[in-house]
Design a protein around this ligand. Structure first.
Ligand SMILES: Cc1ncc(COP(=O)(O)O)c(C=O)c1O
Length: 393
């Protein structure tokens, strides 16, 4: 009988189980909302990136339904062959205007936007200077580009400067940071990094996945928040988090976007967004422009919840955004915290190594504009109870 050539995977999975790093997928039985049902349990949901409640917003739903009625469910092609519809072009025009740049290209996800862009614009002769906590899609893009990768400690601009001082002046360099770091909720030091990029002739790139719809005027992101318009050469945003649907985009000059049309592999080799997604994203930009009060509500909820966790005595790191980590230490403790909270009716996913350092395992909480005060107080009460049980507070 043939021996299973994949049997080693079972061994690897057993090792994960022994280290408390094995994950079960929680299954959502209802809509992606602030109060919903996972695994047949009614919970306050602190685990989605649905910052503004747009996954279920009536205007997005309606536009998506109309698009399905009119155009069907798929595009049947990549963008560069037969898969570009008028609504893809409209979405890109709208995003370019929203982000105050010359042009935008939309990708299938934020992940492909990062990986596809970095790998397209760099070669093996180039170098990337990257924050150690940058998102996996940036790291994969760097690897695919075959450029040299130089990592600086988190937010340490002086360390980035020292790396740059050791590089030949004529080498092409990309300086890259997340706008909001996804596991800690802190912000990239954009003003200092932009200055450094200008001093040293680097291309400056910011991944604003968690800032899109959250920071800046009407949710324009950290570039707007810090007043860095015109100083960041490549901005990446996502349509999968606060925008409520799916996708990523790159914002920059016409030449950058034109080049990505010709060289970014996910754009060239993977099918474009179905009509419902493109239509929902267009509607989402209108909502950001016309209903900015949902962003104000997000921030009111963020302040209420963060201060509640701090009052209870939890270690919440250095977050400056609606992402608030509750740091538990080792992975077993973080998973226990998450599991006990779930039993108490609160879903806050445990995040463990390799996503975060081994001794910084945590549950990650994200509040949304659609949580009620009762939802958030209920969650705080559960955190207080379970935190005491586990000796965290
Ligand atoms: C910082 C960051 N960049 C990019 C992405 C990828 O975005 P998307 O989910 O649209 O692929 C994520 C999502 O996890 C993220 O946190």
């Amino acid at each position: 009988m043939r021996q299973d050539p994949l049997s080693y995977l079972g061994d690897e999975l057993n090792a994960l189980k022994q280290q408390n790093l094995y994950r079960h997928l929680r299954v959502l039985d209802d809509e992606q909302k602030a109060h919903t049902s996972f695994d047949h349990r009614s919970v306050v949901n602190l685990s989605s990136n649905n910052y503004l409640g747009l996954t279920t917003h009536p205007r997005l739903r309606q536009k998506a339904l109309e698009a399905v009625e009119k155009f069907g469910v798929g595009t049947g092609s990549v963008r560069t062959i037969a898969g570009t519809m008028a609504m893809h072009m409209e979405l890109e025009r709208k995003l370019a205007e929203f982000k105050n740049v010359e042009a935008v290209v939309v990708f299938q996800s934020g992940f492909t936007a990062n990986a596809g862009t970095v790998s397209a614009i760099l070669t093996k002769d180039d170098v990337v200077i990257s924050d150690e906590l940058n998102h996996a899609s940036i790291i994969d893009g760097c690897r695919l580009s075959r450029a040299a990768i130089k990592v600086f400690p988190h937010k340490d601009v002086d360390a980035a400067r020292r790396i740059l001082q050791g590089l030949p002046a004529d080498q092409r360099k990309l300086l890259i940071t997340d706008g909001v770091f996804s596991m800690d909720g802190d912000l990239g030091p954009l003003p200092a990094l932009c200055e450094l990029a200008e001093e040293t002739g680097c291309i400056m790139m910011v991944d604003d996945a968690h800032a899109s719809g959250v920071f800046g005027k009407n949710g324009r992101g950290t570039i707007d928040h810090f007043g860095m318009h015109g100083r960041v050469d490549i901005q990446v945003g996502t349509l999968s988090k606060a925008i409520g649907a799916l996708g990523g985009y790159v914002a920059g000059t016409k030449a950058l976007i034109d080049f990505l049309h010709h060289r970014a592999r996910p754009f060239l080799f993977s099918t474009s967004h179905p009509p419902a997604v493109a239509a929902a994203c267009i509607a989402a930009i209108d909502v950001l422009l016309e209903e900015p009060e949902i962003i104000d509500r997000l921030w009111e909820n963020t302040r209420f919840f963060k201060s509640g966790l701090e009052r209870l005595g939890f270690d919440t790191g250095l977050s400056e955004s609606p992402i608030t980590p509750v740091i538990a230490g080792d992975s077993a403790r973080a998973m226990k915290l998450s599991d006990r909270l779930f039993e108490e009716g609160v879903f806050a996913q445990g995040i463990v190594f390799p996503t975060v350092a081994k001794d910084k395992a945590r549950v990650r909480t994200i509040v949304t504009s659609t949580h009620t005060r009762e939802d958030l107080q209920f969650a705080l009460d559960a955190f207080g109870k379970v935190g005491k049980e586990l000796g965290l507070v």
